[in-house]
Design a protein around this ligand. Sequence first.
Ligand SMILES: *Cc1c(COP(=O)(O)O)cnc(C)c1O
Length: 229
Amino acid sequence: MTTIRDNLQSVHARIVAACVAARRRPQDVALLAVSKTIGSEAVRAAFTAGQTAFGENYIQEGVEKMALLGQLPLQWHCIGPIQSNKTRLVAEHYDWAHTLDRLKTAQRLSQQRPANLPPLQVCIQVNVDGGATKAGVAPGAALELAREIVKLPRLKLRGLMTLPEPAPDFQSQKALHLRARALFDELRGAGLALDTLSMGMTTDLEAAIHAGSTLVRVGTAVFGVRAAR
Ligand SMILES: *Cc1c(COP(=O)(O)O)cnc(C)c1O
């Protein structure tokens, strides 16, 4: 049986290989271990193996895990949908939120962020493949939302996040990720100081790194296949 430590090593090796192939520096791509549905003991094992940043989709589940692991210096990222009745939990407990797609949510997070914590680090989720029912702003709406978010005092806008439908091969994965990259470059060109492009998961992290991802969110390759929730 492979251990979480072995898995982390393999994921880091994949990241390094993709960076070499894409002529990028491995230190410019961070690994977020996605621990949704995974127990706190597995998170602890990942921490012992050197992993400090964890991503949770289900806000309440993440907060419960934080309570169990409170003595460890971990960084928690909210990568799931944020309903209005959950903004307070995110503002009070998380370090990052990747899934902002409405100004209203951003305003609530800023209002509810406790004064004793640093600003909440946030990304705008962009719907790069155009699914009508999908979360995320249309690419054409991202700049306007970004300009509003940067005015909010308790948020720090770091970049963009995408969650495209699985694509069958490297080239089609990369084509989707390049749309996010183009938008990222456009926003930076418009004067926004962004440094984070959150994209790529277990099956497409290589394509995402080729397209410019700075943070890959990896669950299955770190913790194994998840049980159905
Ligand atoms: C589950 C999830 C991931 C990780 O997916 P894997 O395929 O298990 O690596 C990344 N990002 C988001 C938003 C997720 O929901």
